[in-house]
Design a protein around this ligand. Structure first.
Ligand code: GH3
Ligand code: MG
Ligand code: MG
Ligand code: MG
Length: 314
C-alpha cells in the first residue's frame, strides 16, 4: 500500500508528473524603464531568491506574460507609451491574467495617484524610494496566495492530472513553440469504454477508483514534458511532445495494454477489468490549430469506438 500523501506533496508530485512544472523560484516580471530602479529592485529580489525578468516597456505586456508566466507583475506607473496603469487595465481585461498579482511602483504616492492605480486594478501600490523590507513582505504574501490559488485550479484531485483549464493554457504555449521551432507533437483523446456500465453495475465510488487508477498510469507512463489532463468526466487528453501519430499510438497503446490487465474489485469482491479507446491527431499533418486537432482526434476516437473499442486510432 502506498502511504497517503500530504496534500502539498500530492500537488507537487502531480504538477511534476503531468507536464506542468513551474520554476521553484518565485518569478517576478518587472516592467520599468528607469535603469537605476531596475538594477536596484532586480539585485534585491535576486538576493532573496527570486527570479526576475525585466521589460523596459509594457507595449507587449500580454505576450510577455504569456511567455514568462510570472507569479507577480511589478509595473512602473510612469512608463512612456503604455504606462503601468494602462498595462494593468490590459492585463485585467485578459481572462487568463484576471488573478495575477499586480504591484504598481511610482514616484508619486498621493491619494489621487493611488486611487487611479487601484481603479486600474492594481493589488498594491508602492512609492519610491521603496523600502526593501516592505517590498519583500508585500511580494511574499501575494506570491504565496497566488501559488496556492493556481495549484487548486490546476490539478484535478481525483486523478492527479491537470485540469482542462491548466492543460489549455499550456497547450497554447506548446503550439506557438512548435510553430517557432518546428517541433512535432500529437494530441490524444482517451475515453473509458462502457463506463456508464461500470458505474451502474459496481457503483459510482468504484467507478471513481477506476478513474483514479487510470490517472496514476497516465502520470507515470509518460515523459515529464508531455501534458496530461482530465478533459472532463471519463475523458482524458494527452499532448505528446516530439512524437508523431505513429509513435504516440505505440506509447498510448502500451498504457492500454497495462491498464486492461488491472483487476478491479467491486464492493462485494467481484472482479472486473476496464478498457479505454483513444484517437490521435498529429500537429500540422492534421491541423495546426488546437481546435482542429481536437476535432480530428475526436473523430478517430469515435472510429475506435465503432470498431469495437479497446483500441487507439490514428
Ligand atoms: P462509451 O464506450 O461509448 O464511451 O460508453 P460510456 O458508457 O463510457 O459512455 P457514456 O458517455 O454514455 O457514459 C460516461 C459515463 O461516465 C457516465 C458518467 O456517469 C460517468 N462519469 C463521468 N464522470 C465520472 C466521475 O467523475 N466518476 C464516475 N464514477 N463516473 C463518471
Ligand atoms: Mg465520454
Ligand atoms: Mg460516451
Ligand atoms: Mg466512455
Amino acid at each position: 500500500l502506498e502511504k497517503p500523501m500530504e496534500r502539498n506533496e500530492f500537488l507537487e508530485s502531480a504538477r511534476f508528473m503531468t507536464g506542468l512544472r513551474r520554476a521553484a523560484k518565485p518569478h517576478v516580471l518587472l516592467v520599468e524603464d528607469d535603469p537605476h530602479s531596475v538594477s536596484e529592485i532586480r539585485s534585491y529580489l535576486e538576493s532573496i531568491g527570486m527570479a526576475v525578468s525585466v521589460r523596459e516597456s509594457a507595449a507587449k505586456i500580454v505576450q510577455d506574460l504569456g511567455l514568462l508566466d510570472p507569479d507577480v507583475l511589478i509595473v512602473s506607473a510612469t512608463l512612456p507609451g503604455v504606462n503601468g496603469l494602462d498595462a494593468c487595465r490590459i492585463v485585467r481585461a485578459t481572462p487568463r491574467f484576471h488573478d495575477l498579482p499586480v504591484i504598481a511602483i511610482s514616484t508619486q504616492g498621493g491619494t489621487r495617484a493611488r486611487v487611479a492605480g487601484f481603479r486600474a486594478g492594481v493589488d498594491d501600490f508602492l512609492t519610491k524610494p521603496i523600502a526593501r523590507d516592505e517590498l519583500h513582505a508585500r511580494l511574499a504574501i501575494r506570491i504565496e496566495r497566488m501559488r496556492r490559488h493556481r495549484e487548486r485550479a490546476d490539478v484535478d484531485l481525483l486523478t492527479g492530472l491537470l485540469t482542462r483549464r491548466a492543460f489549455l493554457e499550456q497547450v497554447s504555449l506548446r503550439i506557438s513553440e512548435s510553430r517557432r521551432k518546428r517541433r512535432e507533437f500529437a494530441l490524444c483523446i482517451i475515453d473509458l469504454d462502457r463506463f456508464k456500465e461500470v458505474n451502474d453495475v459496481h457503483g459510482h465510488l468504484v467507478g471513481d477508483k477506476v478513474l483514479a487508477q487510470l490517472g496514476r498510469l497516465l502520470k507515470n507512463r509518460f515523459r515529464h514534458e508531455d501534458l496530461r489532463c482530465r478533459w472532463g468526466g471519463e475523458e482524458f487528453a494527452i499532448l505528446l511532445v516530439d512524437e508523431g501519430a505513429v509513435t504516440a499510438r505505440q506509447v498510448v497503446h502500451r498504457v492500454l495494454e497495462e491498464f486492461r490487465e488491472i483487476t478491479f474489485h467491486g464492493d462485494t469482491g467481484e472482479e472486473f477489468h476496464s478498457t479505454f479507446s483513444g484517437g490521435i491527431a498529429e500537429f500540422d499533418t492534421d491541423s495546426d490549430q488546437f481546435e482542429g486537432l481536437m476535432r480530428v482526434a475526436d473523430e478517430r476516437l469515435y472510429q475506435a469506438k465503432l470498431a469495437g473499442r479497446n483500441r487507439i486510432a490514428i
